[in-house]
Design a protein around this ligand. Sequence first.
Ligand SMILES: [Mg+2]
Length: 382
Amino acid sequence: MRITSVETFVLSNRQALVKVATSDGTVGWGEAVVENWARPTAATVERMAEFLIGRNPLEITRIWQVLTRGGFYRGGPVMASAVAGIDQALWDIKGRVLGAPVHALLGGPTRDKVRVYAHAGKAGQAGNPERACSLVNAGYSLLKVAPDAGPVGFLETPAWADVFLGELAALREVVGHGVDIAIDFHGRLSVAQSRRILPQLEELAPAFVEEPLRPEHSALIGDLVRCSNIPIATGERLYGRTEFRGVLEAGVAIVQPDVSHAGGITECFRIATQAEVYDAQIAPHCPLGPLSLAACLQLDLAVPNFFAQEQVVDVHLPESPAMAFVANPEVLRMVDGYLPRLTGPGLGIDIDEDAVRARVVSGLLDPGSPVWSYPDGSFAEW
Ligand SMILES: [Mg+2]
């Protein structure tokens, strides 16, 4: 059995798929994209395809070594995401050939269903109480919000904190104490501002605070772990075990590798195992599509130290538009805040290739994430 073709499909600036075909007719799919850099990631997959054609797709770790180390230069979001998409497709193939879901090949399942969470945000404020209520009524037990009122200054005024804390308190009021709230700082706050605000959030008892600093400042995260009793989460912009080692040693409670960014299922499984040594759990980052989500779910079903799964494809809706190219969308439908265990072979979801091809964008892509600035015109984190 040999790899015969590798094809990429760019659907938007935050969605690109890869299809790997083999000599026996088995096909595997993956989601290979870095948000805002879809075309460079697809181009990297196409370059990596030159190393893949003719290889045995079942030798995943051997291929992973070639792709991550064979070009001499390594790492970074684009290359690690290209590897991730290919890796997902190879696991999909392996599962289909062996007639088993990926989590079973990784030793699972360790659980029968996967807790999922949704974003309850609103542009201009931290959380939308109305949306939060509807999500809780739909069954979610964990919601996530961010300080979404615009750029956050290096050091903000007490008035900024009053508004932020007030919005979060209003959110807690409507959802009650039986629902978890997570707060994503989005790397938007300086270390100094995070250190000032974290202790003030203790009363709210958030499940976790995510990305309280930018990834380039990861070496300082221990200061933020120690400045309050709030569990700290990070990792959506870290791309391998080496980068996770430091934040785990610093005491983060939750790591959030992105299965489409951090080397795929192969590397994220290792990151989860590494986290277990530090009594940390995984909550894989997934602001992408159903293929990436399926890859996350396979990981979540395989490892013991799993906290909750992010998703933005509205798994609570009977007809989610994000599922348009999934032939069996019913397997990604939430029941009481959980997604049932995927039981189909490979990643467990089937792709409608015609629907994918119909969505390919050949011209200019959407502009992607906004670029923010401070009132003086200088750059601000989004
Ligand atoms: Mg985040």
